[in-house]
Write a protein that binds this ligand. Structure first.
Ligand code: ADP
Ligand code: F6P
Length: 326
């Protein structure tokens, strides 16, 4: 452990994700075990600039591992994207004796962490987003809970869709990424799966699939549409007009971000949070904790931000094959 690291902070930033509380708990308890004090910074970088900083001890994080959302709160903060904002953030850290910060969030939050480390405050990122869209890691905390929440909701929509012999378009979150849509598409046995990374906007093809399936006797037709494509309601209107089959759109929305984290999210959050606290306590900075090929590892933030990942061609092919569209 480093002799110069006496106090670290922890903040959650960007969209909240189930499991963020488990990260906070792990950071606090691991750092304390390492002999380092911990402060909680409320509402992300906005709370840092507003000096919403609280002392944390082992008891402060009792009874939160099972809770959705983030007890620290989160925010999006435009001021922190400016150099003045970042300088102010670093000054506030020094004023409160904070030597380093664990930042739980997505790529945007990592950019803020990199900026803070350039201003002399050590930072470590932990991947917290339901979107699974951080390239340097095969897993992001929150994805498992969100995809299970969406899957259960879609099963319910399937019941009523079959009863009414309707076509249903269900829009799932994911920002520009199609991971949530792909996983739900496969897990819910959808007839069409529209991913931003793959969709060619050939709506006639979807219409043909619906008509063909109806002729084959299928009573429902589930289309999983990714948020990155959007326009589910107008798509439903056009499909209904073209097929004569009642078509409804459901946008699952924020329910996907809430709820008690699954075991997988609590486990990854706990290990990654502890790992991040250890890195900070060792005096490391400008790193992100990742999961790659069965191992927890860490990378330089800039290197991590330059990495690329995409939907697996094979998994996409499987989704098309199982939905009957090849
Ligand atoms: P996520 O972390 O989930 O990707 P955002 O993209 O909204 O979410 O980023 C969260 C916050 O991180 C932003 O509100 C902002 O305060 C900070 N941030 C984003 N981009 C930058 C940047 N280029 N430089 C500094 N801070 C940034
Ligand atoms: O990044 C998580 C996420 O829920 C995305 O799936 C979605 O595009 C975005 O956040 C919504 O953000 P906001 O809370 O600002 O509406």
């Amino acid at each position: 452990m480093s002799d110069t690291i006496k106090t670290i902070g922890v903040l959650t930033s960007g969209g909240d994700a189930p499991g963020m509380n488990a990260v906070v708990r792990a950071v606090v308890r691991k750092a304390i075990t390492n002999g380092v004090n911990v402060k909680g910074i409320k509402k992300g970088y906005q709370g840092l600039l507003n000096e919403e900083i609280i002392d944390m001890h082992a008891g402060s994080v009792a009874d939160i591992i099972q809770k959705g959302g983030t007890v620290l709160g989160t925010a999006r903060c435009r001021e922190f994207t400016t150099e003045e904002g970042q300088k102010l953030g670093a000054e506030i850290c020094r004023k409160h004796g904070i030597d380093g910060i664990v930042v739980v969030g997505g790529d945007g939050s990592y950019k803020g962490a990199a900026a803070l480390s350039r201003q002399g405050i050590n930072t470590i990122g932990v991947p917290g987003t339901i979107d699974l869209d951080i390239s340097c890691t095969e897993y992001t905390i929150g994805f498992d809970t969100a995809v299970n929440t969406a899957m259960e909701a879609i099963d319910k929509i399937r019941d009523t869709s079959s009863s009414h012999e309707r076509c249903s378009i269900i829009e799932v979150m994911g920002r520009a990424a199609g991971y949530l849509a792909l996983w739900c598409g496969i897990a819910n046995g959808a007839e069409d799966i529209l991913l931003p990374e793959k969709y060619d906007f050939n709506e006639q093809q979807i219409i043909n699939n619906i008509i063909r399936n109806r002729k084959r006797g299928k009573t429902h037709h589930l289309i999983i549409n990714a948020e990155g494509i959007g326009h589910s309601t107008s798509m439903a209107r056009r499909i209904e007009a073209a097929t004569g089959i009642e078509t409804r759109a459901t946008i699952l929305g924020y329910m996907q971000r809430g709820g008690s984290p699954t075991c997988k999210d609590r486990y990854f959050a706990s290990v990654m949070g502890a790992y991040a606290a250890d890195l900070l306590c060792q005096g490391k900075s400008n790193r992100v904790v990742c999961y790659q090929q069965g191992q927890f590892v860490d990378y330089d933030i800039e290197e991590a931000l330059n990495m690329k990942k995409s939907i697996s061609e094979y998994e996409y092919e499987v989704s098309r094959c199982l939905s009957g569209n090849v």
